[in-house]
Design a protein around this ligand. Structure first.
Ligand code: FE
Ligand code: FE
Ligand code: ZN
Length: 276
């Protein structure tokens, strides 16, 4: 089963989001749990969530990968920014129970000069205060490009975060292909080697989703600028190897490429033709 989808706006509610996924030919999707650049979350409507789940089961849509807001920085130096991360994550994880058993992905954050070890400690603290034993969601740490003072650009950093969390069974990783490339991992010429490295440091059993993006910049650039699937530094052949790799092929692939609806539908169609 090829799980392919894209980021879909949740502004019109759950059901509208599912309907848009169907229209695009997607069978998985990502959505922001609240305004990605602001803080507020609209009250969720449980009836709307139920209608969405019914649509998902009728249309065979699953492995949803919700995305935390970009403004969430669990390792911020400013206490109020870290406090927002704590509140938002707790609230989001409660809300995720309206769509049980799915994924919630977040950017580990930027340490803004405090250094990686302090950043890691703060991220661990937020996770330990936010995860709860009854939750059915798996929280995913996203692999980052290592732009600025981002934490999570190296697999070792993700490992260190996981090691400090009490409810480790609730944690996983989402691999962003643009980010790992920009971080210096050669997924074009040595995909096997990168995945072997990931396996020995983090463990492939923790890898639950892929953000499938091309990159506007060369390997190791630490830029994080996404390109359309056919338009970046990663050749289409490399993209085809990624979606067909035995360690990845069963995972949900989420496009975060610069596209409108028509562009997403076109990329989804193209990727389906590359799936073996
Ligand atoms: Fe992301
Ligand atoms: Fe991403
Ligand atoms: Zn990115």
């Amino acid at each position: 089963m090829f799980r392919i989808g894209c980021h879909i706006s949740s502004a019109g509610g759950y059901l509208a989001m599912g309907q848009r996924a169907v229209a695009l030919g997607a069978n998985t999707l990502a959505f922001f749990t609240r305004n990605p650049r602001g803080g507020s979350a609209k009250a969720a409507d449980p009836a709307d969530a139920r209608a969405f789940l019914a649509l998902c089961s009728a249309e065979d849509i699953d492995l949803l990968v919700a995305h935390a807001p970009y403004t969430m920085n669990p390792c911020a130096e400013k206490p109020h920014v870290q406090e927002f991360a704590r509140l938002a994550m707790r609230e989001d994880l409660q809300r995720m129970e309206l769509t049980p058993g799915q994924f919630y992905n977040f950017h580990p954050g930027s340490h803004v000069g405090q250094g990686i070890p302090i950043g890691i400690e703060k991220i661990i603290a937020v996770l330990n205060e936010s995860l709860f034993p009854e939750m059915t969601t798996t929280v995913l740490l996203e692999t980052m490009a290592g732009k600025g003072s981002e934490v999570g650009g190296r697999f070792e950093e993700l490992r260190a975060i996981i090691d400090g969390v009490q409810l480790q069974e609730k944690l996983g990783v989402c691999l962003d292909t643009c980010h790992v490339w920009d971080a210096g991992y050669d997924i074009v010429n040595d995909l096997d080697g990168v995945l072997t490295q990931f396996d020995s440091i983090v463990g492939l059993d923790r890898l639950h989703a892929v953000h499938l993006n091309n990159s506007k910049n060369p390997i190791g650039s630490h830029k994080d600028r996404h390109a359309r699937i056919t338009e970046g530094e990663l050749p289409l052949q490399a993209i085809a190897r990624i979606i067909n790799h035995p360690a990845l092929r069963q995972l949900p692939f989420i496009l975060e490429t610069p596209n409108d609806d028509a562009g997403y539908a076109e990329e989804i169609r193209l990727l389906k033709t590359l799936k073996r």
